[in-house]
Ligand binder design. Structure first.
Ligand code: ZN
Length: 241
């Protein structure tokens, strides 16, 4: 019944924006940081917490430790796009979806064919030298041992990923806000909407077709036109194809 309603809303609009969290990637078997099966629960006996390891000050102090953890836990090069990524790419191709705003760093939306993807937390596929700003791809990180160094100036190469203690890219954030403000339909998926910046961003939406798709409830459920407490891949596949 409500899938039919979602189909109608999608059919009627050519100004849809999607905002997605970790739940979009977990269906491609990339663990969520905070869910019960996520990295935090696997590593509860670590010397440092993942949050500490993935902070900027830790990275400067122990880049070797950071990179060991990063390569083993944040890079999923072989992950494949799931039904959610594929449905969203299709909506963009049909001229209905204007932008995808994601908190994920795995590049799966692009792998599925999406073009306009705003990556709030950066991407594992982009890396740069902290000294001369030369850019490097993911293979450069994977094929180096220990701390990857720039082949031009020997500076430390870092991922273009927002670490704890770091601010979001203002340009990406501003564009995201613009898209959300202008959106006719806002579909929010795979996020519980309790952590910054997700909770703040959704406040910018002015339309009256807020669609929430998340396995558990969110604080915004009462404001939504439609709420699906279900798999995002399953719902989007049914609504789009
Ligand atoms: Zn360099």
């Amino acid at each position: 019944m409500s899938i039919e309603k979602l189909r109608e809303i999608i059919e009627a609009s050519d100004n849809i924006v999607f905002f997605g969290g970790a739940g979009v990637s977990t269906e491609s078997n990339i663990p969520d940081f905070r869910s019960s099966k996520g990295i935090y629960s696997i590593y509860d006996n670590l010397e440092y917490s993942p949050e500490e390891i993935l902070s900027y000050s830790f990275f400067r102090k122990h880049p070797d430790y950071f990179y060991d953890f990063y390569r083993n836990n944040l890079i999923y090069k072989d992950a494949r796009p799931n039904d959610a990524h594929i449905a969203l790419a299709e909506l963009e191709k049909r001229g209905k979806l204007k932008a995808i705003i994601t908190q994920n760093i795995d590049g799966l939306h692009q792998k599925a064919g999406s073009k306009n993807v705003l990556e709030l937390h950066g991407s594992i596929y982009r890396n740069y030298c902290m000294k001369c700003y030369k850019e490097f791809d993911l293979d450069y990180i994977l094929n180096s041992e220990g701390v990857p160094l720039c082949d031009k100036c020997k500076g430390i190469v870092r991922p273009d990923v927002v670490m704890y203690e770091e601010a979001l890219d203002m340009h990406v954030l501003r564009k995201s806000i613009e898209y959300i403000q202008k959106a006719e339909v806002l579909i929010v998926g795979g996020t519980s909407l309790v952590v910054y910046p997700a909770a703040g961003l959704i406040e910018y939406y002015r339309g009256n077709n807020l669609i929430l798709i998340n396995k558990s409830q969110t604080p915004y459920d009462s404001r939504a036109t439609l709420v699906f407490n279900d798999s995002i891949g399953k719902i989007l596949k049914q609504a789009v194809f």
